[in-house]
Design a protein around this ligand. Structure first.
Ligand SMILES: Nc1ncnc2c1ncn2[C@@H]1O[C@H](COP(=O)(O)OP(=O)(O)OP(=O)(O)O)[C@@H](O)[C@H]1O
Ligand SMILES: [Mg+2]
Length: 704
């Protein structure tokens, strides 16, 4: 007979019932869950927290590197920052940053204490489509932003699917978030990773300079609140897929974070459905924090080192965390189960608004670099941005009569520009001509409008095209009236415009080295008397100019200029009138005396004629003009659907804007083919730039 101890059984049932009360396999809602976490955590830490609390914010990496450890700002908190009744932002990331994934093993007594730290530096989240990866990442971001103050944590977000992280930047500025890359374009992602990587390397140098081996000891030594940095990438697999040629660069950067992040306090968390070969295995070898939502066995194996996640197929939000996967062996026993907090749209905006306001209340501000691929401006909006920005730049002294900024649009990379725009600065110091090319006339049209809108503040605009039809291909009003009005059938007008100024300039240059003889003086004075130019008599500037002018056809170096202007400058009276206009009768001409002009030339191929010989000759002439024109404040903008046969002009061009061009088109300008370019972007090539020569930016919307 079996002896049953009923007293024991009742107590067992008691225990079972009590345990089941805590069992929470059901959805855990994000914000109520976070409130509970924060209240408990606060209670635990309260004895160690002292108010008023002073937080010393460090200066920029550059200053720190120069040995300046004076605080940039001191934030003083009289009492804890509150989210309704719940304290937030009271915890330090000196040791770690907790990731609140719900209740450990679904037991409501145990809050997730998974953390990013010196030991557990990077994370990877896998799981089949629709199983809650993005929701989990978002809940994690909200948790981090609630628990830690923005001076404790800096967050960078990247999402190749665009939609997941965009919401942090559209309506609010969450003080923790530095960058949001809502784009499939790899350039922006590369630049986010690169700029954070550069800062990370600086950080390690800074630590070295004070004899600190890591973030914690640096903070202890200096008393400065230097934040941990967390880079969160959703859809990494797509990021790699879209990156084309740049995939290797992304892999290298991720690998660099994996190796160097530990001491600097830089963490990277990647999410994707599958662990593919794109993510370097050396980097994965550094990723200790393995997380997997419901997934097929093979994915579970790769991520967790065991098949555990397979049983969660179909259970949305059920996640397994394992930090032993790198050790190999039977990792199953170290699987920890979570039901991740469910973040819905309800209250999201309200809570984000709260975070933004709290940041303002305590006086913490940070710039957000927000790149939303889908936010494309119309040409009208772009024009408004251009004029507003030019006003601001004028006020800041960045736009002067010597420098004309050209605002192209929102850059597809992290920029240090104050206005977060891609700009070029024209100063006529050297060749600065621009070429614009796209197979689509309407795309050329908006780009021309963008350029002319920029230039019209300082430049008189001319436009030369082969056919009136060409202009019609542009969207309505894509060119301003002035540009349209000087439309002509060939480019003699362009050549005359440049040569007229070059001629004036050449006469002055030659006059300055001329030795005045009494014969020259007499001849000039006689001419002045005869032609009622009596005010010039005995004016040494005009006497010299008269002499050079009348001899000009004999200066062989200036043959082309002479031929081009001879029919217009028949007499000295006309020439001298121009000097009177610029008030240069009592001095030599200066560069500023030449008013700024821009000459747009469309479809150069057609303009220069069909005959083979004459074409080569004309192109050579144009090339010469393009090389010299900056000396007299003239700028060329060549545009067309192709630059075939015009390669030789490349030497007269500094900037090229490519839009949706064939890879061969880059070659003609010796520009490196950037690979696949997202349809909303164009590429600016700066042939003489020191660093990156190719930069992508958003073109304005094309109306369909
Ligand atoms: N923790 C959760 N609790 C309850 N429902 C959830 C939870 N997480 C996600 N869901 C539901 O599942 C849907 C899909 O989640 P999510 O977009 O995060 O999946 P995903 O793994 O990122 O998918 P994909 O790989 O396609 O991007 C959500 O819209 C939500 O309705
Ligand atoms: Mg997703």
């Amino acid at each position: 007979m079996i002896d049953v101890d009923f007293s024991n059984l009742t107590s067992f049932i008691d225990v079972y019932n009590r345990e089941m009360e805590h069992f929470k396999p059901e959805p855990v809602f994000c914000f109520p869950y976070l409130k509970r976490v924060l209240n408990e955590q606060y209670k635990k830490l309260e004895p160690t927290l002292k108010f008023p609390m002073e937080i010393k914010l460090p200066k920029d990496e550059k200053d720190l590197l120069a040995g300046d450890f004076e605080p940039k700002q001191v934030i003083r908190l009289e009492k804890p920052v509150l989210w309704e009744d719940t304290p937030i932002w009271f915890e330090s990331t000196m040791e770690q940053a907790y990731l609140r994934f719900g209740y450990k093993n679904l037991d409501a007594r145990y809050i997730s204490d998974v953390a990013l730290s010196m030991e557990c530096i990077h994370g990877f989240l896998g799981g089949s489509s629709g199983h809650g990866k993005s929701v989990t990442m978002n809940a994690m971001i909200c948790g981090l932003c609630m628990e830690y103050a923005p001076w404790e944590l800096e967050i960078h977000l990247s999402d190749a699917k665009i939609v997941e992280f965009k919401k942090y930047g559209v309506n609010h500025r969450i003080p923790h978030i530095s960058t949001i890359a809502a784009t499939s374009d790899s350039d922006f992602v590369v630049s986010v990773l690169q700029s954070a990587f550069d800062k990370m390397q600086m950080r390690n140098k800074i630590f070295g300079s004070v004899g600190a081996s890591n973030l914690k000891s640096f903070r202890k030594k200096t008393g400065l609140a230097l934040p941990r940095v967390v880079i969160i990438m959703d859809e990494v697999e797509s990021t790699f897929k879209f990156a084309g040629k740049k995939a290797g660069k992304i892999a290298d950067l991720i690998d660099g974070y994996a190796r160097l992040g530990r001491s600097a306090g830089y963490h990277i968390i990647m999410a994707t459905q599958n662990l593919t070969a794109d993510i370097p295995s050396s980097a994965m070898g550094q990723v200790k924090l393995r997380m997997c939502l419901g997934a097929i066995e093979s994915v579970s194996e790769k991520v967790l080192g065991n098949k555990g996640a397979a049983e969660n197929m179909g259970r949305i939000g059920r996640m397994i965390v394992n930090t032993d996967a790198l050790n190999g062996g039977n990792t199953f026993k170290s699987n920890i189960k979570f039901q991740t907090p469910f973040l819905t749209d309800d209250n999201f905006e309200v809570e984000m608004q709260m975070l933004e306001e709290k940041g303002k209340e305590v006086g913490y501000v940070k710039n957000l670099s927000f790149y939303d691929e889908e936010d494309i401006k119309t040409i009208e909006e772009t024009c408004k941005v251009i004029s507003d920005t030019q006003q601001k730049m004028k006020a800041r002294g960045e736009m002067t009569s010597n420098v004309c900024p050209v605002i192209l649009g929102a850059p597809a990379f992290v920029t240090t520009d104050t206005d977060e725009l891609l700009k070029i600065y024209l100063d006529n110091e050297d060749v600065e001509n621009i070429a614009v090319t796209s197979p689509t006339a309407s795309k050329i049209g908006v780009l021309l409008k963008t350029l002319s809108e920029n230039l019209k503040a300082q430049y008189k605009i001319y436009n030369v095209t082969s056919k009136a039809d060409y202009l019609k291909m542009f969207p309505n009003n894509s060119m301003n009236k002035e540009a349209k009005s000087v439309f002509t059938n060939n480019f003699s007008l362009a050549s005359y415009t440049v040569n007229q100024s070059l001629f004036m300039d050449a006469v002055d240059t030659l006059s300055q080295s001329l030795s005045l003889t009494s014969a020259i003086t007499k001849e000039a004075n006689d001419y002045f008397k005869k032609n009622s130019l009596t005010s010039f008599i005995d004016n040494k500037y005009m006497i010299r100019r008269y002499h050079v002018f009348s001899e000009f056809k004999n200066y062989t170096d200036y043959k082309e200029i002479y031929e081009s202007v001879a029919q217009y400058f028949k007499d000295f009276a006309y020439f001298s009138k121009l000097h009177v206009i610029v008030h240069a009768t009592q001095r030599w001409l200066e560069k500023k005396d030449f008013s700024k002009k821009v000459i747009f030339i469309g479809d150069v191929n057609k303009i220069v004629g069909l005959g083979r010989d004459s074409k080569t000759r004309e192109i050579d002439k144009l090339k010469k003009l393009m090389q010299d024109c900056y000396k007299v404040n003239i700028l060329f903008v060549l545009y067309g659907t192709t630059f075939t046969d015009l390669q030789s002009l490349a030497s007269g061009i500094r900037y090229v804007i490519f839009d949706s061009v064939d890879s061969r088109e880059y070659n003609k300008f010796k520009a490196e083919d950037p690979g696949e370019v997202n349809a909303v972007l164009c590429t600016l090539y700066d042939s003489i730039a020191d660093g990156e020569k190719m930069k992508k930016f958003k073109r304005s919307k094309i109306k369909s």
